[in-house]
Write a protein that binds this ligand. Structure first.
Ligand SMILES: *Cc1c(COP(=O)(O)O)cnc(C)c1O
Length: 409
């Protein structure tokens, strides 16, 4: 059997052996940016991804962007123009979402350990707070009193099931996220007593799932659970956020998610919701699925070293800008992201090489023994699938190298 290969990165065009990003040749783009390393995000690809989802989703289902995946302000502003809402996970992200012009009615704020000051900002802004503990409910009541405002709340539920086959599980069992389902009725009573404005439920089972049937199962279970909990709610449910978890192919052997079963499932749930929860909008919140495939990370080869027969392409970029691609952001077994030499896309002469960064640690690895075109100093190494959990998820201060640039093309 042949070794597993990466999914084709054919979302980007190639012209005369050179990768095009947003229609621009990579080498010229690097000149325009004025430095390497940089991240580039392709506007047309961002738009196409949202359009494809809109095609697949029932009309009534709202599509939110979970901006934790990529908080680059120009990108968030761009996305705010064609998704229905933005999900934020800190007061810092809240400011970016507000500046991006996202409608306040469709911004929601989730995350454990929200500080009192953050909750005040959220209430003052008028966004939906997905409460994750009784403490947050009590704090919100105090803030409501002080500000003379009526906080909008949804309850983030820690369900009694897990998202099977998920890269990162964020619900089921003991978790710091959300309120255990068994404690939700008491929390709902307290929300009613305190006169907070209850709007619905938020369930997020996990992340990076490439199995459509597992996603469908989690959505169905989330729906059933919310329906049961709605019986204890002080007022009818207006928002039911079923989470997301849609994955993208990063590693050899992984295939793009099949949207068809998810589409069918959401159509069925959406019809049921019209009967069961007539005042509710269904919401799905996606991070990496919206932005991950539209972004690349580009670093320049500084040195080509051969050590005991093994080729190392030493670049000006690495783990400090792209922790995920180095394998140090939640991977159990390190695997290579799809990597290419962006100015030698059609080269036929390949050699086995490792792409490393300038940091003094063996963890600073962007590609481990991959078959790549024979590269020289000055060539541009491209790491695909880099639009999510890149710059903002990396320890840029580590070792004092320059920061990377980010551009929307
Ligand atoms: C991280 C997170 C997301 C986004 O996850 P992706 O895998 O990027 O889609 C969405 N919702 C919540 C609550 C999250 O914590």
């Amino acid at each position: 059997m042949n070794a597993p290969v990466h999914a084709a990165m054919d979302q980007f065009a190639v012209d005369a052996g050179e990768l095009l990003v947003g229609g621009q040749r990579l080498r010229l783009l690097a000149e325009r940016v004025g430095q390497t390393p940089f991240y580039a995000y392709d506007r047309a690809l961002l738009r196409e991804r949202v359009a494809a989802l809109r095609q697949a989703l029932p009309r009534g289902v709202k599509l939110h962007y979970a901006m934790k995946a990529n908080p680059f302000a120009p990108l968030v502003s761009f996305m705010a123009g064609f998704v229905d809402g933005i999900d934020v996970a800190s007061a810092g992200e809240l400011q970016v979402a507000l500046n991006a012009g996202a409608p306040v009615a469709e911004i929601s704020f989730a995350g454990p350990g929200k500080k009192a000051a953050e909750l005040r900002q959220a209430v003052a802004a008028g966004v939906l707070v997905n409460v994750e503990s009784m403490r947050e409910v009590e704090l919100l009541a105090g803030i409501a009193h002080e500000l003379g405002a009526s906080p909008r709340v949804a309850v983030r539920v820690n369900p009694d099931f897990e998202l099977k086959g998920s890269g990162m599980k964020m619900g089921g069992g003991p978790k710091q996220f959300g309120v255990d389902v068994e404690q939700v009725p008491a929390l709902l009573r307290r929300i009613g007593e305190l006169g907070l404005s209850f709007e619905g439920f938020h369930l997020f089972a996990g992340s990076q799932n490439l199995r459509a049937e597992s996603i469908c199962e989690a959505q169905q279970k989330s729906y059933e659970l919310a329906l049961r909990l709605a019986e204890s709610a002080p007022v009818p449910v207006r928002f039911l956020n079923l989470g997301g978890g849609f994955g993208i192919p990063y590693f050899p052997g992984e295939k793009r998610l099949d949207l068809a079963p998810i589409s069918a499932n959401l159509h069925a749930l959406s019809e049921r919701a019209q009967r069961d929860l007539p005042q509710a909008s269904l919401v799905i919140e996606l991070g990496r699925y919206l932005v991950g495939e539209a972004g690349i990370y580009v670093a320049r080869v500084i040195d080509r070293k051969v050590s005991r027969g093994h080729v190392f392409l030493v670049t000006d970029g690495g783990l400090h800008h792209h922790l995920s691609a180095s394998g140090n952001f939640g991977q159990v077994v390190r695997k290579n992201y799809p990597v290419a030499i962006g100015n030698r896309m059609e080269a036929t002469e390949l050699e086995r090489a490792s792409v490393v960064g300038p940091l003094c640690t063996p963890l600073d690895l962007l590609a481990d023994r991959m078959d790549l075109p024979v590269a020289q100093e000055g060539d541009l190494v491209v790491v695909f699938q880099s639009g999510a959990y890149g710059a903002s998820a990396s320890p840029q201060a580590f070792l004092g190298h320059p920061a990377c640039a980010e551009v929307l093309v």
